[in-house]
Each structure stands twice: as structure tokens, then as C-alpha cells.
Design a protein around this ligand. Structure first.
Ligand code: CUA
Length: 373
């Protein structure tokens, strides 16, 4: 009896572990913002339906194999008194055929809906809204292309209409900050902008599966949302020190509201600042901001086209809710000030340099940014 006790406590340990795993599995919750198992659009739904087929089969295989293992471990356990080497087997044609044919059949069965879904999602849908997505270090840029897009460029927030596919053409570019902008640099010559990107992965779990965004390639996918709302996204490929905070949001509107949003975004920036905000506006042009950030409607607006520009387009900055890769709240003056004071200390790996601004300058710039509705 004594010899049996450690074995029994081992079994109890395994049983407790199994119960804990089952309980933890209960933590999955459709209300969580990034639950891939609660699809909220047709693309995610098709992928989820595929999971509904494959998962039970995988569970069946797992249970069958584990039960077989337990049976064999029990039946052929050491009896204590038999020291001889067990009977040796060399080949069993019937068994080998079985464990080749059955898995091949299972894979063939799974291949049918998988292939069908891959092809169904590979085509560009009709009447899709066209958006160019650029993965930068470490934030996402969105450019609405074609005539419909009116040249609108945003960052961190991808606004889409509900009930309509949105076709994404995705690239990875990492333009580097010009030397002349960094205080203390003598040279006023711009570095040739390096566009070598790193691999990111665009993932909005409730709207679609992941798509890698790879330097030197244009990858495509489409997403669609059933209902208006905010859908949290996250870069899902380790891309450097700022990877964990390379977040974004997809904001879905009713089609009418989306049209309104797009029209407002296409307008040039608000130009009627006064007081502190007017001081901020002047600073924006003189302190170096304009070298990397565009503000539509300004002659001096710098940094080139979307994609090769280093920083986000700030034309309607105050109409967005999040900045710096979704890390901070646009309406929070304290967070904006902390960012301008020392970007590196609040978001590691950010390209935005510390411009050595005084507290008065920071206050003015915050007032200016918050006036850009
Ligand atoms: Cu971009 Cu991880």
C-alpha cells in the first residue's frame, strides 16, 4: 500500500491540473475586446466557422491518442518482479497502414473547407473601400486611396463604413528621421531616408485573422464590420522594442456617418487659432515638427507623401482618440505634454525626438494640437 501512495498523489496532481485548465478555459469571454472567437464581420465569421470544424476534430484526435497512451501505460506497466527485456516487435503492417490512412483521411477532410475559405477570402470583393495600410515603427498609417479617398491620411485609427468590404493594400516602411531635426546635430543635410521596414502583422481579432505586412511586398486582405463600434487591433509580429505598444483601432460607422467623417477629414486643417494655440502653430513650423509631420493646407507642410513621411499626418489630430501607436489619449493634455517633453521615456523606440522644448512651448503646442479638430 505504501509504495502506491506517491503514484496516487501524482495522479491527483494531474487531475487538479486538468480541472484548472478547464476552469481557465472558461475565462474566454465574448465581451473581451480581442476575442477572435466572437467574430463581428463576415471575414472573421468565415474563419471562425473553419475553426468550428477543425477544433472538434483536433479534440477528438487528442482524446483518442491520450486515452490510447493511458491504456498502454497501464496494461504494460512494470509489475515489480519482471526484470527481463519486454518482447520485441519489428513492424506490424496492419497497424502501420491504419496510422497512415486515418490521419491522411482526416487531413483530406479538413482540406476541403480550408481551401474553399482561403479562395473565398483571396479575391478582392466588388465595391470595396480602398485603403493603403503602412506599418511603421511603431504605429500604423492609413491612406484612403482612389477618387473616393480624397487623399485622406490618418494614423492609429482606421475608420470604415459598416456592411461594406474594405480592401487593404499593406506595406512596411520605416522612414528615418532627418538629422537636421535632432537638437545637437550639426549637419543640416537630410539623411537619405531609409525605407527598410520590418515585418509587422495586422490583426483585428473580431474582424479578421492576421496578415503579415512584409517589407518589399504589397500584401492584401479585406475586412468588414457588421455594426458600428470600435474594434481593437494589435501588431501581432515582433517588430522591435515598440512592438507591444503598436496598437490601433478600427472605428466602424454607419455608411452615412462614414461619408461625413471622410468629407470632414478631406478638409484642410483649422487655421483660425488665437492666443496660446496660435503661438503653438508658429512653434510647430519653427521647432522642427513640420519636417516630419504633415498638416494639409499648409504650404510648408513637410515630410513628403504618406508612406515616406516619418511622422503621422496631424491635419485633424484632435478628431482622433488615440496617438503614439494607440498608447495615449488625444484629449488628455497631460499625456500630450509628457509625450512632447520626452517621447522616448513614454514610448520606447519612438522615432519622435526630444526637441528640448520648454514647458511654455509644450503648453502652446498642446493647445495647437487640440485645436486641430
Ligand atoms: Cu509592428 Cu509588432
Amino acid at each position: 500500500m505504501r509504495a502506491g501512495r506517491p503514484r496516487r498523489s501524482g495522479l491527483i496532481g494531474w487531475a487538479l491540473l486538468a480541472v484548472a485548465m478547464l476552469l481557465l478555459a472558461g475565462c474566454a469571454n465574448a465581451d473581451l475586446p480581442q476575442d477572435a472567437l466572437s467574430p463581428e464581420g463576415p471575414v472573421a465569421r468565415q474563419q471562425d466557422q473553419l475553426w468550428d470544424i477543425v477544433y472538434p476534430i483536433a479534440i477528438g484526435v487528442f482524446v483518442f491518442v491520450q486515452l490510447g497512451l493511458l491504456v498502454v501505460m497501464w496494461r504494460f506497466r512494470s509489475r515489480g518482479d519482471d526484470t527481463a527485456i519486454p518482447h520485441q516487435l519489428h513492424g506490424n503492417t496492419k497497424l502501420e497502414l491504419l496510422w497512415t490512412i486515418i490521419p491522411a483521411l482526416i487531413l483530406a477532410i479538413i482540406a476541403v473547407p480550408t481551401t474553399r475559405t482561403i479562395f473565398a477570402l483571396a479575391d478582392e470583393p466588388d465595391d470595396a473601400l480602398q485603403v493603403r495600410v503602412i506599418g511603421k515603427q511603431f504605429w500604423w498609417e492609413f491612406e484612403y486611396t482612389g477618387e473616393e479617398g480624397q487623399g485622406v491620411v490618418t494614423a492609429n485609427e482606421l475608420h470604415i463604413p459598416t456592411g461594406r468590404p474594405v480592401f487593404l493594400s499593406m506595406e512596411a516602411l520605416s522612414p528615418q528621421i532627418p538629422d537636421s531635426v535632432v537638437p545637437g546635430e550639426e549637419s543640416d543635410e537630410r539623411n537619405p531616408q531609409s525605407l527598410d521596414g520590418v515585418i509587422h502583422s495586422f490583426w483585428v481579432p473580431k474582424l479578421a485573422g492576421k496578415q503579415d505586412v512584409v517589407p518589399g511586398h504589397v500584401r492584401t486582405m479585406y475586412i468588414e464590420a457588421d455594426n458600428p463600434g470600435r474594434y481593437e487591433g494589435q501588431c501581432a509580429e515582433f517588430c522591435g522594442i515598440g512592438h507591444a505598444v503598436m496598437r490601433f483601432e478600427v472605428v466602424a460607422h454607419d455608411p452615412g456617418d462614414f461619408e461625413e467623417w471622410l468629407t470632414a477629414q478631406a478638409e484642410p486643417a483649422f487655421d483660425g487659432q488665437s492666443g496660446l494655440a496660435a503661438q503653438g502653430k508658429e512653434l510647430f513650423e519653427t521647432a522642427g515638427c513640420i519636417a516630419c509631420h504633415a498638416i494639409n493646407g499648409y504650404e510648408t507642410s513637410g515630410g513628403g507623401a504618406a508612406g515616406v513621411r516619418v511622422g503621422p499626418n496631424l491635419t485633424h489630430f484632435a478628431s482622433r482618440s488615440i496617438f503614439a501607436g494607440g498608447l495615449f489619449d488625444n484629449s488628455d493634455a497631460e499625456q500630450l505634454a509628457a509625450w512632447l517633453r520626452d517621447p522616448q521615456s513614454v514610448k520606447q523606440g519612438a522615432q519622435m525626438p526630444n526637441l528640448g522644448l520648454s514647458e511654455e512651448q509644450i503648453e502652446a503646442l498642446v493647445a495647437y494640437l487640440q485645436s486641430l479638430k
